[in-house]
Structure formats: structure tokens, C-alpha cells
Design a protein around this ligand. Sequence first.
Ligand code: DAH
Length: 340
Amino acid sequence: MIDRIKALTEEINCLTATDAQAAEALRIKYLGKKGVITSLFNDFKALDSDRKRELGQPLNILKNLATEKISALKEAAAMAPDESVAGLDLTRSAAPMPLGTRHPITLVRNEITAIFSRLGFTIAEGPEIEDDWHVFSALNFAEDHPARDMQDTFFISRGTDVLLRTHTSSVQARVMEHTRPPIRIICPGRVYRNEAISARAHCFFHQVEALYVDTNVSYADLRQTLMYFAQEMFGPETKIRLRPSYFPFTEPSAEMDISCNLCGGKGCSFCKHTGWVEILGCGMVDPNVLDACGIDSKKYSGFALGMGIERITNLKYQVKDLRMFSENDKRFLEEFTSAR
Ligand code: DAH
């Protein structure tokens, strides 16, 4: 029997199969119920125990060899190209696949954060589901401020102070609570307000907030930062104008206009013939806000600003209807294919 095992070992080492069927035939021939190796095992049972001890191991090695060899042949057959692709050029590059496009809001958000990161601002994010403290109280909103009203704010459930943030200024409060100055952050995100949806208003939109807190931060620093931002975003010709305004969390507060980028400030229907368009709110962080967030207002000062990304996008791309941003009309989205 040992000679038979040796002969079969050689035979099996040389096996080949052109396809999966041929490999299966080999399995039946050697390892099937009536296969060559199976019948050797039957003969083995009849041997006396000395011969069994001598032949048991070589026989098992032979069986393992056959099993491995035949499954390798099967695998190779499965990998080989089948008849149906014969003659095809498998080295040809694939047909071009149309790539998706970035959403205009994403494009503009990235542009805004890139401009501020060149000034050393880093991105901070906060939750969209917020509490009254971070959205209102820490930001110096009076108890009876109308923004806290159900008509403006979406509350998650009645009688609790869990709500959808109405502005990204909430991230200011969160960051100040757990960071020591200097703080220089830019916070992009989605905000929610209880507004009827129209071409000019939506119940959700996007904002970017910026905050700078350090010793000796002045209004001149704010103005210079705004100037840099406006010219990077809308071109070096852009002029800025600051008008006094009011926000609970800044004192003094201002609104910034830029010279109309459509008519260059000469006056057109877009800027209602004033030559200016409003783009953001800003101011010096109110000392009450610093103190509420655990930052010593006698030692530190800061400026903050906040803008709507939709508004900036409208100015850049003249999108007339706010609803376009959330309707996912491919014809609209594909217009931004070549934009950065
Ligand atoms: N949070 C304001 C809003 O939603 C925007 C804003 C105004 C943010 C002035 C600021 C700021 O940081 O200083 O309308």
C-alpha cells in the first residue's frame, strides 16, 4: 500500500483542470464515495494494528494533499475569465461616472471658514438641540425677550427648556464655558426658527458665528477682521460700512453692509438703489456674557459676529428663492459643478 500512496501523491501533485467541472470530476475520482483514496481508507480498515500504525499517517497526508489540491484547482477555475468575456479588453478604462456636486451652502461655508482660519480661527461646533441657557440666558437675553416666544423658537416639548437653537451664538457660550482665553473660533451650523416658508424665509437655515476673546481686544480689531473677510469673500474692491444696531449679547452692536457687489455701489434694484447690502451682525461681547460664561470681564474683552450662509450665497450666486437650497432640484445643484 505504501507504494500506491507514493504513486498517488505524485499523480495528485501533477493534476490540472481547465474549468470548474473538470475539477469536480477530479474530486469525485479521488475523494468521492467510490473514489480512489476513499477505497484505500476501506482497505486500511482491514489491516492489522502494526500496519495501521505504519500507514495511518501517510494515508491521511495523501487525503489532505488531494483535498487541498482539488480545492485550489476549483478556486483557480472560478477566477479564470469565463467564455462570455473572452475577447473583451479588460485593460480599458471604465466608462466615466458623473460625480456629485457640492451643495452651494457647503461651498460657501467652506469658503467662509477658510478665510477665518487664515486669521487663526479654529472651527467649533455645538448641538442643534439646545437649552435655554446657551441660546438665550447666557447670552444676556432678558426674561421677556420676544425671541424666547413659542412664535419664534421651536421647543422640543412643552414646559421644558429644550429647544432647537435659533442661532449659532449658542456655541459661543458653550466654548467660553470650558475654554480659557485666548479664544478664536468660527462656528458653522444649522439653526431653526418658527417662520412660514417663503422665497425669503425658511424654518431652518445656516449661520456662521465668529468669536474672539483675549486681553485688549478692541473694536478696531473687529473692524479690521470684517474688512479682511469682506474683501476676501467679495473681492478687493469691496467697501464696508458699520451701522449701530442692537443685540442682547454685544455692546456696542453693529450691522455690517458691504458695497453692492452687483452694481459696485452705484445703485441697482438688488441693493434697492442704496449701493449697500447688509450681510452680518456683530459687536463687542457684552461683559455680562463673559461673566455668565465664567470669563473675567475686567481682564478680558472680545468681539463676535454672526452671518447667514444663505444670505452670503445669495449675494455670491444671486439665488432668488431660499427654498432652492433645500429642495434638492438637481438642475439647480448641478449649476455649482464647476464652482470651487
Ligand atoms: N445671533 C445673531 C442672529 O442670529 C447674529 C449675530 C449678531 C451674532 C451679532 C453675533 C453678533 O455674534 O455679535 O441674528
